[in-house]
Design a protein around this ligand. Structure first.
Ligand code: NAD
Ligand code: DAU
Length: 378
């Protein structure tokens, strides 16, 4: 079946993996990557597919309602996968307005453009889909609990009844009330409410997913994993917030992209699915794995870079523990992560070490010239 799908934020970290998957897997679809190219957008992430006939890049701001509506009408768009957002918690603490503008008003603009265009068609919402990508951070933070004096991580049961190594007995399930703490997660939570309101009020065929922390190639090096890999390589300090006791639940980015593909095609309208691989790590333990892996791959003796660990002032309002329960997605749609964490981390560290040119380009700011060279004068 032919389809025209707009993927917003396709030049970012997760978006570039989703664009690549859709362009390669569905040659019969037209994939339009709509991205403003903020500091986090990098077209070099998509070099390998930029010449494909079913791929088009459009530089556009999701907040520009008139332009988004015109694009949807001109291209006869029947699906939206909405990832564009301001995504870094530390930046949201310094500049909350930009997060409210992009994440809330930008999402509203996308929803309204889809509604206006699809309602103008004779078939209206038949065969249409608006897929909104959200985060586990909207659920707030979980406790680190210690049942019967057992040192965490301990084996506990998620709602599936299966045992996992975890830092607490509670998990984020889809029915939990929203309790965002950072300006980033508050803006994401607000955008999720608008998405559901557009379904309940106008019948827009929406689906929402909330995913845990992603890692893998092409992540902007202000986030923990790429920042630390690069710092270890260059023997720079590793700024660990607080005591490094916070727990995050990590998923390889290509497994997230596969889940998005599955849910875009098979997920039920108006449903929410949590995405995560039951893979909780205390920051400091994860950092030690990174140090060990980078040192080993660079041929340095074990322990060489341990001294780089530097404890710094904690992030304001730092959520203690995230842990996604993805039982619903696993049971209803049959998704499961393809990679074990050890395998995923090895692959990720190798990628950053092998792609130092990409890292240099991003850290120097040169990547922002890529658009001018490749697209502007086409
Ligand atoms: P990112 O910061 O790497 O990329 C964001 C992209 O959005 C960039 O290409 C940027 O140019 C684009 N963008 C920003 N503002 C825009 C605007 N006004 N108009 C058009 N494009 C704009 O983000 P990411 O980590 O890839 O996250 C993508 C989505 O997934 C976000 O919605 C985020 O909330 C969500 N998410 C991320 C994670 C994670 O671990 N990174 C986990 C769960 C959910
Ligand atoms: O949980 C999903 C979220 O994961 C996404 O919605 C966000 O877009 C994404 O950025 C990510 O948020 P985090 O705040 O968890 O990711 P970050 O990589 O910034 O930090 C991971 C953990 O590491 C967190 O506990 C803070 C800590 N940290 C981070 C940095 C950048 C440090 O200790 N030092 C650092 O320098």
């Amino acid at each position: 079946m032919k389809r025209t799908i707009v993927i917003t934020g396709g030049a970012g970290f997760i978006g570039s993996h989703v664009v690549r998957l859709f362009v390669n897997k569905y040659p019969e679809y037209k994939i339009i990557n709509l991205d403003k190219l903020t500091y986090a957008g990098n077209l070099a992430n998509l070099k390998d597919i930029e010449g494909k006939p079913n791929y088009q890049f459009v530089k556009m701001d999701i907040c520009d309602f008139e332009s988004v509506l015109k694009l949807m009408q001109d291209e006869k768009v029947d699906g939206v996968i909405h990832l564009a957002a301001e995504s870094h918690v530390d930046r949201s603490i310094k500049d909350p307005f930009t997060f409210a503008k992009t994440n809330v008003m930008g999402t509203l603009s996308m929803l309204q453009a889809a509604k206006v265009y699809w309602e103008s068609l004779p078939e209206k919402y038949e065969g249409k889909r608006f897929y909104h990508i959200s985060t586990d951070e909207v659920y707030g933070a979980l406790e680190i609990t210690d049942p019967a004096g057992v040192e965490p991580p301990f084996s506990t049961k998620a709602s599936s009844g299966e045992h996992h190594l975890a830092y607490g007995t509670k998990f984020f399930t889809e029915d939990l009330k929203y309790q965002p703490h950072s300006p980033y997660s508050a803006a994401k939570a607000s955008s999720d409410h608008f998405v559901r309101a557009y379904h309940d009020t106008y019948g827009l065929p929406v689906v929402v997913t909330n995913c845990s922390n992603n890692y893998g190639p092409y992540q902007f090096p202000e986030k923990l994993i790429p920042l630390f890999i690069n710092n270890i390589r260059h023997e720079k300090p590793l700024p660990v917030y607080g005591k490094g006791e916070n727990v995050r639940d990590w998923l390889y980015v290509e497994d997230h992209a596969r889940a998005i593909d599955l849910i875009f095609h098979k997920g039920k309208v108006a449903e929410t699915y949590n995405i995560g691989g039951f893979n909780e790590w205390k920051n400091i333990d994860l950092i030690k794995v990174l140090i060990k892996t980078v040192d080993r791959l660079l041929g340095k003796p074990e322990g060489t870079s341990d001294h780089l660990i530097t404890y710094v002032t904690d992030r304001a309002g730092h959520d203690l523990r995230y842990a996604i329960d993805s039982t619903k997605l696993q049971k209803e749609l049959g998704w499961e992560p393809s990679l074990q964490f050890e395998e995923g981390i090895e692959k990720t560290v190798r990628w950053y070490l092998d792609n130092q040119a990409w890292m240099d380009n991003v850290t120097s700011g040169d990547y922002q010239k890529y658009y001018d060279d490749m697209y502007k004068n086409r």
